[in-house]
Design a protein around this ligand. Structure first.
Ligand code: GDP
Ligand code: ZN
Length: 366
């Protein structure tokens, strides 16, 4: 009998880690790289001398960042264009001092401007190591609770390989994943597609991840989406044109964001923007969705080949049952994974994604 799923998970570079991931606020999903200074000492340094916010400072969340400037949204919805207090710059090194998603305390200095006096320790972070510098990570989103990967049933045609790559990335970082299938109003139904095109492509994920079928056009699935997001910070990513802006607009109609504008004008503009923007979803609970185009650039480099199988949840029950302990599940005799694929207990397309990732193929970025 295989051990329970979560007991087998290892960190991206193979260290055993105390699980379940994410339940304990201290088991952080910071991207770490073997050989770099340990994140533990980095965290310790952050936590060593927690400054006390000045009495008039207000709690808020960083929702946008541009160079040295940060937009901080206060609890009443007001936004302050803020800089960072000088003294803060000394105390956090090796990571972005302030990032979108950080919980901060800010002093209102008038005329819509603010000064960030304190950054609360990060519970988790979606990050990558900055290029050209050895030990500085670039935070794509601080304090994410989960990720929503958005595709369209058609226009543009979905690429399950890209979805699988996103899912593996999320698994490797201990981030819960949801799948959104938009443009259901364009779904094709009938015997020629075996029921529904959307279900033929995405149905096989339903046993592994929550799948929400949506239409920004008709409103289908929106309440289900709201429930899945409620009270959480969700990183949203997907190929351009799938309707991400349209859906975010539906969640918050007061948001000023035009649909299809950039890609329509230049055909590419949108691909070059990687900045994260956090949006508050109106409602009782504190709910945020983050537009995180930078997720697409995250590599799987931190994932060792031998660990890849563990990042496919449906493979986990079979791991350890192969004849060879270091089985790669590609052509070895008495491979429990291959046998499960043959019996239909592991989906063939997902298995092929595993082989593709294991062989280092890079799926079309969509
Ligand atoms: P983004 O690039 O993912 O932000 O996509 P947009 O929100 O800009 O939408 C791209 C195009 O798809 C626009 O022309 C939208 O009107 C259209 N669109 C978005 N959602 C839907 C949907 O649910 N159904 C249909 N038919 N079209 C949609
Ligand atoms: Zn095997």
């Amino acid at each position: 009998m295989a051990p329970p799923h979560h007991a087998r998970v290892r960190t991206p570079h193979g260290n055993a880690c105390s699980l379940p991931l994410g339940l304990d606020g201290s088991s952080v999903t910071l991207q770490r790289r073997a050989g770099s200074r340990s994140s533990r000492s980095r965290d310790a340094r952050i936590d060593a001398a927690p400054p006390i916010p000045p009495p008039n400072a207000l709690p808020g969340v960083v929702v946008r960042a541009f160079g040295k400037f940060f937009t901080v949204q206060l609890e009443d919805g007001r936004e302050l264009l803020s800089t960072v207090k000088g003294g803060l710059k000394r105390y956090r090194r090796g990571t972005d001092l302030v990032a979108v998603g950080d919980n901060v305390f800010v002093t209102d200095v008038g005329e819509g401007e603010g000064r960030i006096d304190l950054v609360e320790p990060r519970r988790s972070a979606l990050s990558r190591l900055a290029r050209h510098t050895d030990d500085t990570e670039q935070i794509i989103l601080a304090n994410p609770d989960q990720a929503l990967f958005l595709f369209a049933v058609r226009n543009p045609e979905p690429h399950p390989r890209l979805l699988d790559r996103f899912l593996v990335m999320a698994e490797s970082r201990g981030l819960e994943a949801l799948i959104g299938v938009n443009k259901m109003d364009l779904d094709i139904a009938g015997p020629e597609v075996d029921g529904s095109l959307a279900r033929r492509i995405f149905g096989r994920y339903e046993a592994i991840y929550p799948v929400i079928y949506l239409s920004a056009k008709t409103g289908l699935g929106l309440n289900e989406l709201r429930r899945a997001l409620e009270g959480k910070v969700t990183a949203v990513a997907g190929p351009s044109g799938v309707g991400k802006s349209s859906l975010l607009n539906m969640l918050d109609p007061t948001r000023d964001r035009s649909v299809g504008e950039i890609s329509g004008a230049t055909g590419k503009g949108r691909h070059t923007t990687t900045a994260t923007v956090l949006h508050r979803v109106p409602g009782e609970a504190r709910t945020f969705v983050a537009d995180t185009p930078g997720i697409r650039a995250l590599s799987l480099q931190g994932v060792a080949d031998d660990d890849l199988d563990e990042l496919f949840p449906e493979m986990r029950p079979f791991l350890g049952l192969c004849r060879y302990a270091d089985c790669s599940h590609r052509s070895e005799p008495d491979c429990a994974v291959l046998a499960a694929v043959d019996r239909g207990e592991i989906g063939r397309e997902r298995y092929e994604s595993y082989v593709g990732l294991r062989n280092g193929d890079v799926p079309d970025a969509g």
